[in-house]
Write a protein that binds this ligand. Structure first.
Ligand SMILES: [Zn+2]
Length: 357
């Protein structure tokens, strides 16, 4: 494991993933996205399946649900492809499915949201039902996404006071998701996105026949620098007990007050039971800390502002994208080591868990 597993661009990450997957004998599939990447390159959600198609247990690792958060998830996947853990999984009859760049558009263009400013971890909800109102978000939207970027100092001071007022008020939180502002943060969209439909197809293809599925979706941007929080949604007592037996009691249920992530509606791993109803599913959102929260928030705000101002001056747009990359990817060897080390321990725990589910 080394810092060299991290790529500098989506294009490089994709190329290295595909090469390593083929070298390890994986069955590779590419779901090409209708848009192009930042360098005009083809972008895609790529999958690598290793192990017997008929294996009863499947270990899924996905990256890039939130665009540039994929630098870390991609490095974890690349590390796994060259790891002796693969032999251990094979011996235990466990198949491994790597889903690379769930949001390839955002990964390449350095936006946490997708091509339509949709937050994919708020997009897997039931669109036949109306999305819950988020009054907390309504209170801060005009300050989060100001008319002018960068925002004035007066606006920043008002936002800081407002955010302080909201501390402790968690249901719903500012980042829980919202349906009313397509140009805002944490926007859920009006229907299933390309990534949503593609992930569901992949799950049906590779997961529907399995009995046990573990799924780690790798994220960055919340919590202490380099720390991996093991976030677990609301599930049955049986599923929670199994997850804690595998991953430890420091698993944080996302509804608990101490989680770095507020309760969200429409997160990606929630679709697994719908697409693979016969499998026992053990999911985790693995969230690594990067920068202090106000810095990350400012990067998200810049991104939302830029979405609403596509004709912004080139230098402004470049600064916003640079800030987004820095908010979700710490280009320092000690941080990269923490990402890879914690991921490897979790991958081993997951393989051990699936070997004796
Ligand atoms: Zn994320």
């Amino acid at each position: 494991m080394s810092a060299s597993l991290f790529s500098a661009t989506y294009r490089e990450a994709r190329q290295r993933f595909l090469e390593a997957a083929r070298k390890s004998g994986a069955a590779v599939q590419s779901h090409v996205h209708p848009r192009k990447g930042a360098e005009g390159e083809e972008i895609a959600m790529d999958t690598a399946l290793i192990g017997a198609a008929g294996a009863s247990s499947l270990f899924i690792v996905s990256s890039g649900t939130h665009g540039p958060e994929g630098f870390s998830g991609s490095a974890c996947q690349l590390g796994l492809l060259g790891d002796p853990l693969l032999a251990r999984a094979a011996d235990a009859g466990i198949a491994l499915l790597l889903i690379h760049a769930v949001n390839p558009y955002g990964f390449s263009h350095l936006t946490r949201t997708n091509e339509d400013n949709i937050d994919l971890n708020r997009n897997f909800n039931d669109f036949s039902q109306s999305y819950s109102a988020n009054d907390t978000y309504e209170e801060v939207h005009p300050l989060l996404v100001p008319a002018v970027w960068p925002p004035s100092e007066a606006d920043e001071a008002r936002l800081a006071i407002k955010m302080q007022e909201l501390v402790g008020r968690r249901t719903p939180g500012v980042s829980s998701g919202q349906a009313l502002h397509p140009d805002g943060l944490f926007y859920c969209g009006t229907g299933p996105s390309w990534s949503n439909k593609t992930v569901r197809t992949i799950l049906r293809t590779h997961g529907a026949e399995r009995r046990h599925i573990a799924w780690i979706d790798v994220h960055t941007g919340l919590g202490p620098r380099g720390h991996g929080e093991k976030i677990f949604g609301r599930h049955s007592a049986e599923t929670e007990a199994r997850a804690m037996a595998w991953w430890g009691r420091d698993l944080i249920v996302s509804t608990m007050a101490q989680s770095v992530s507020p309760r969200t509606q429409g997160h990606i791993t929630g679709c697994a039971p719908q697409e693979c109803p016969d499998a026992a599913i053990t999911p985790m959102t693995l969230e690594y800390g990067t920068l202090p929260n106000p810095d990350v928030r400012r990067a998200l705000r810049g991104e939302a502002w830029l979405f609403g101002h596509p004709d912004a001056p080139r230098a402004t747009a470049a600064a916003i994208k640079r800030a987004a990359r820095d908010a979700f990817y710490v280009d320092a060897d000690d941080w990269k080591g923490m990402i890879l080390g914690q991921f490897r321990a979790l991958a081993l725990q997951t393989i051990n868990g699936l070997a004796r589910p």
